[in-house]
Design a protein around this ligand. Structure first.
Ligand code: CP
Length: 308
């Protein structure tokens, strides 16, 4: 098979995405059947930016498949701190591993790595740009909860400017029929123009609103909350002004539809009160668990082992 990378959710066709989600569900059901499929394989996790879920779920995924993991959790503890380029780093890591997940604060850095790599590279989040494996996780969660990925009204709330998970999720869901987005953000944190321009070009229905109230939530199938991305702000004053703009608490959720699920890529800061966690509509920890199965399925797909 030709070398394949995952930079954007659009690198997988709709049919490939559906097949991968089916595989992820099968893995959850039949864990033992996949326990040795990656024996002798190695995953490198190169994280130039902090992570809990993405890095650890990639490592758990590879271990669940019988493989091993190596890598670094921050640039300070690698030769990046001595000035080594992404291009050189990946040429070196290609000698040690069979597949690599890379997170980087600079948009496009995993793409640069993919151009120099002899092993599959997975974009594990690049700046405020894309986060395709979070999107696969979100898609699996939505499909399992709602039974479909088409004809859904999705509210996206919070930092839509810097939130890379939102950009990737819009790109992927926009390929399905009957998708409508409600974009809920302060004026200063609206979706970047290139994303809304792309939606208009494809004829995707969307509205932009500021308030997160009963009126906004009344027809939503999914409310996808996001945190304000502190690390992408140029000054702390703006972050402090924006950080508590939205707080979904129990009282607010009581005014939402009974079948509106709440998702969040996590980490959460203050935007979802902990009293929401007990509500059966709060599904963000299900998302976390789904992230492991999706990454197991992706590793097999990119290593061309899914039929083995
Ligand atoms: N959702 C997500 O990307 O979380 P981490 O930053 O902890 O990896």
């Amino acid at each position: 098979m030709a070398l394949r990378h995952l930079m954007s959710p659009l690198d997988l066709s709709v049919a490939e995405t559906e097949k991968l989600l089916d595989l992820a569900n099968d893995m959850e059901q039949h864990k033992e059947q996949y326990a040795h499929i990656c024996d002798g394989k190695r995953l490198a996790t190169l994280f130039y930016e902090p992570s809990t879920r993405t890095r650890l779920s990639f490592e758990a995924a590879m271990m669940n498949l019988g493989g091993k993991c190596l890598g670094f959790p921050s640039s300070d503890v690698s030769s990046v701190s001595k000035g080594e380029s992404v291009a050189d780093t990946i040429r070196v890591v290609s000698c040690y591993a069979d597949i690599c997940a890379m997170r980087h604060p600079k948009e496009g850095a995993p793409l640069v790595a993919s151009m120099k790599s002899s092993i599959p590279i997975i974009n594990a989040g690049d700046g405020g740009h894309q986060h395709p494996t979070q999107t696969l996780t979100d898609m699996l969660t939505i499909r399992n909860l709602k039974g479909r990925l088409d004809h859904l009204k999705i509210g996206l709330c919070g930092d839509l400017k810097f939130g890379r998970t939102v950009h990737s999720l819009i790109a992927s869901l926009s390929r399905y029929e009957g998708i409508e987005f409600v974009l809920i953000s302060p004026e200063e944190l609206r979706l970047p123009g290139y994303v809304t321009a792309g939606m208009r070009k494809k004829g995707i229905s969307y509205q932009e609103v500021v308030q997160l109230g009963a009126e906004t939530m009344k027809d939503l199938d999914i409310l996808y909350m996001t945190r304000v991305q502190k690390e992408r702000f140029f000054n702390e004053e703006d972050y402090i002004r924006m950080k508590d703009f939205y707080i979904l608490d129990k009282e607010k959720l009581d005014s939402a539809p009974k079948d509106m699920y709440v998702l969040h890529p996590l980490p959460r800061v203050n935007e979802i009160a902990v009293d929401v966690d007990q509500d059966p509509r709060a599904q963000y920890f299900t998302q976390v668990q789904n992230g492991v199965y999706v990454r197991m399925a992706l590793i097999l797909t990119l290593l061309d082992l899914e039929g083995k």
